[in-house]
Design a protein around this ligand. Structure first.
Ligand code: PBE
Length: 296
């Protein structure tokens, strides 16, 4: 198990709302750090981004004494929404692709020490033997690639309508040319089973549901299973799952990749231009992690 040095026990939404600050008083100025109670609102403690944020707490003097508050993605998004409604201060663990950048005016705090890594890509990993067992499914997995804009449009609709499957189906209907590129040369299935594991994040829900429906339209039977990040990697390495679309590299899941890379097939990036960072609403004055203030 990966452990977070600075984390405290898992908490619920109410603590996140407290962490998001409740005072309008000078939320943009020097008191920002104090007003967020020197607390970064995070997500699930097993997520790679929590490890990365934890590294930032270690590396920046400006984050001396700060707390990284674990929670989960849904409550974090609600805390962000509430803060923005009142122009309250808040700082979260954020990543691209995500619908929050389409919905709100946000900025990544500059990270001159690159504690949260540089540009990431999201890679597809297949189990060993899939190419022999099901070459057409393997080919489709290998040909699946899209852009930040494309996935974010699915994510935004999924979050607004609360239905990731419907958002995936609508996108497929609206983008037959893209689907044709992915399925080029892929023979129709006749009920063969494909299993995909993913982490229950908006990003992975979008990609996994889109590919599930592309496979199903071709005549495959697809099971998608949400699991913890470490299990996601392990399931493909052990062959329990055929593939995952959610490998964040080189930094976010770098340790898991190194652990399992000899036991799986890396099909390369399905998305370029991913990123992790500490994110604030654009009305916050700070532009860099170095603009934050250590806890006295
Ligand atoms: N993420 C999105 C994940 C994987 C999915 C960047 C939040 C993480 O491991 O941090």
């Amino acid at each position: 198990m990966r452990k977070l040095k600075h984390s405290i026990a898992a908490i619920g939404l109410s603590s996140l709302l407290v962490a998001a600050g409740c005072s309008n008083d000078d939320s943009n100025g020097d008191n920002f750090s104090e007003n967020v109670n020197y607390t970064i609102s995070g997500i699930e403690s097993g997520a790679g981004i929590m490890q990365a944020a934890d590294r930032a707490l270690d590396e920046y003097d400006s984050l001396e004494g700060w707390t990284l508050l674990p929670s989960s993605t849904g409550p974090m998004a609600i805390a962000l929404d509430n803060a923005i409604r009142d122009e309250d201060p808040i700082i979260i663990t954020g990543w691209t692709p995500h619908w929050m950048f389409a919905k709100y005016d946000l900025k990544y705090l500059e990270d001159p020490k690159k504690a949260l890594g540089e540009t990431e890509h999201i890679s597809t990993m297949a189990r060993e033997g899939l190419e022999q067992d099901n070459p057409d499914a393997y080919k489709l997995l290998d040909q699946f690639k899209w852009s930040v804009e494309e996935i974010e449009s699915v994510m935004l609709e999924a979050s607004e309508e609360g239905d990731p499957e419907a958002a995936a189906r609508n996108w497929i209907e609206d983008n037959p040319d893209r689907v044709a590129e992915w399925t080029n040369g892929v023979a129709e299935g006749n009920g063969q089973e494909i299993s995909l594991t993913y982490t229950e994040q908006d990003t992975e829900l979008a990609s996994t549901n889109v590919l599930k429906h592309v496979f199903e339209d071709l005549g495959y039977e697809v099971t998608i299973t949400p699991v913890d990040i470490a299990i996601m990697w392990q399931s493909v390495a052990t062959g329990e799952a055929d593939a995952t679309l959610g490998g964040w590299l080189p930094t976010t899941h770098g340790d898991l990749y190194n652990e399992y890379k000899d036991q799986l097939v890396d099909l390369g990036a399905n998305l370029e231009g991913a990123k992790l960072g500490l994110v604030v609403p654009s009305y916050v004055e700070a532009d860099s992690i170095e603009d934050l203030k250590p806890k006295e």
